[in-house]
Design a protein around this ligand. Structure first.
Ligand SMILES: *Cc1c(COP(=O)(O)O)cnc(C)c1O
Length: 377
C-alpha cells in the first residue's frame, strides 16, 4: 500500500479566516508589538460580547496561565486542597501544583463524561470531616460537552467553594442558553493551536467582577506597583497576551460561529454515516446543552478494537487519538488522592477522537468512515 501518497488528515488543525492577517499587519504598521495594545483590547471586547452574561475578559499567554491566575485570585495557596475533574488534559491540574496545593481528583459521570456531582459532594464531605475544606473546584467541559453546571453550582453554593470553569475546549458551547465560560465564579479559555479557534498560543481569564480582571492583568504583567520606578510588593507573572497574537484572535472571533457549525457538521456526519456500525457509540447532548463538538469521540467495544482502529487510521496517514488518560492514573499524580468510579478509565480504554478540524472536506470524512467500517466489520 502506498501510504505516503495519501493526504495527511490531522486531528484538529488551525483554520484561519480572511481577516486575521490584516489585524496582525495593523499591529506591525502601528508598531504595537507588545503585550498590550488595540488588538488585545479589541479581542477582549469581542470575547466579552460573545460569552456575554457580564464577563470581563483578560487575554493571557495560555489557558494554563489563566487557570493559574484564577486559582491564585481565589486564594489557593501552599498546602491547600483543590478538587479537580480527573478526566481532562493535564493543564487543568498542573496549576494546582504550581501553587503548592494538592489536587484531589474526581471521576466522571456517563451523561456528559465530566465531573460527577455525586462523587464531588462525597469528596467534599469526607475532606471536611477530616478537618480540611477544599479551596476550589476545577470543572471541565471536556471535548466541548458542558458539565452539569446546575448540580455543580448547587454544591459550590452549599459548601461555599468556588468553581473554576475550564472552558478551554468549549468556546461556543452553552448550557441552558448560557455560554460556557460564564457559568461559574471564574472561567478560562484556550486559543492553543488545536482548539476551536487559535492565536497559535494564548488563553483568557473570564471574571465576574471588573476588579478581578484588573487583578489578573496586574499579576500577569509582573505585579508592578503604581510608581514611576519599578516597584513590586508581591510576586507577579509574565502572562499577558501579545498584541500581535491578539490580532489573530480578533480575526478568529469573526468566524467562530462558522467553526462551531463545521465541527457540529463533522459530528453529525460521523454519527449518521457510522450508524450501520452498532458496536460504535457517540455521546449525545443531554437536554438543554449545546456542544461545540470540538472533537468527535467514539466509543468502541474494547481496548483492542480502539487500538487496532487507531493504527489502521495511522497507517493511512490519518491522525486520531485515544481519549484523555485520567489524571488519577497519571504517573505524575501517583500520590494524589482520588475519588473514582471506573467511568473515566473505561472511556480512556475504549474511546477514540476522530479527526474533527473545521476545514475537513466531505471526502476526508468519507475516507475516515470507510476505514472505521472496514476495521469493525
Ligand atoms: C488546552 C487545554 C488547556 C490549556 O490550555 P493552553 O492554552 O494549551 O495552556 C486546559 N484545559 C483543557 C481541558 C485543555 O484542553
Amino acid at each position: 500500500m502506498e501510504t505516503t501518497v495519501l493526504k495527511k488528515i490531522w486531528l484538529s488543525p488551525p483554520h484561519m479566516g480572511k481577516t486575521e492577517e490584516a489585524y496582525v499587519k495593523e499591529a506591525f504598521i502601528s508598531n504595537w508589538i507588545a503585550p498590550l495594545g488595540p488588538n488585545v483590547q479589541g479581542f477582549e471586547n469581542s470575547i466579552e460580547e460573545f460569552v456575554d452574561n457580564g464577563v470581563h475578559a483578560a487575554c493571557l499567554s495560555s489557558g494554563t496561565a489563566a487557570i493559574h491566575l484564577a486559582l491564585e485570585i481565589l486564594g489557593v495557596g501552599n498546602g491547600d486542597e483543590v478538587l479537580c475533574q480527573s478526566f481532562t488534559f493535564s493543564a487543568s491540574a498542573n496549576p494546582i501544583a504550581y501553587l503548592g496545593a494538592s489536587p484531589i481528583f474526581i471521576d466522571s459521570e456517563s451523561d456528559t463524561w465530566n465531573i460527577c456531582p455525586k462523587l464531588l459532594e462525597e469528596a467534599i464531605n469526607e475532606r471536611m470531616a477530616m478537618g480540611k475544606k477544599p479551596k476550589a473546584i476545577v470543572a471541565v467541559h471536556l471535548y466541548g460537552m458542558p458539565y452539569k453546571a446546575d448540580e455543580i453550582n448547587e454544591i459550590s453554593q452549599k459548601y461555599d467553594i468556588p468553581v473554576v470553569e475550564d472552558s478551554a475546549e468549549a468556546l461556543g458551547s452553552s448550557y441552558k442558553g448560557r455560554k460556557c465560560g460564564s457559568l461559574a465564579n471564574m472561567g478560562i479559555l484556550s486559543f492553543n493551536g488545536n482548539k476551536i479557534i487559535t492565536t497559535s498560543g494564548g488563553g483568557a481569564l473570564l471574571c465576574k467582577e471588573k476588579t478581578e480582571k484588573e487583578r489578573a492583568v496586574f499579576l500577569s504583567t509582573q505585579a508592578r506597583d503604581n510608581a514611576p520606578h519599578y516597584q513590586h510588593s508581591q510576586i507577579g507573572y509574565n502572562y499577558r497576551m501579545s498584541n500581535v497574537l491578539a490580532g489573530i484572535g480578533r480575526g478568529q472571533m469573526e468566524v467562530l460561529e462558522d467553526r462551531v457549525a463545521a465541527r457540529r457538521y463533522n459530528y453529525e456526519f460521523y454519527r449518521t454515516n457510522l450508524s450501520e456500525v452498532p458496536e460504535i457509540s457517540f455521546l449525545a447532548e443531554p437536554e438543554g446543552t449545546f456542544s461545540n463538538r470540538w472533537l468527535t469521540c467514539i466509543l468502541t467495544p474494547s481496548f483492542e478494537t480502539r487500538e487496532n482502529l487507531r493504527l489502521a487510521l495511522e497507517n493511512e496517514n490519518i491522525e486520531s487519538r485515544p481519549l484523555w488518560k485520567p489524571m488519577h492514573a497519571q504517573p505524575v499524580f501517583e500520590k494524589a488522592i482520588s475519588y473514582t468510579n471506573g467511568v473515566s478509565e473505561d472511556l480512556f480504554e475504549r474511546g477514540l477522537c476522530l479527526p474533527s478540524g473545521s476545514s475537513l472536506e466531505k471526502e476526508d470524512l468519507e475516507r475516515i468512515c470507510n476505514i472505521v467500517k472496514r476495521e469493525l466489520k
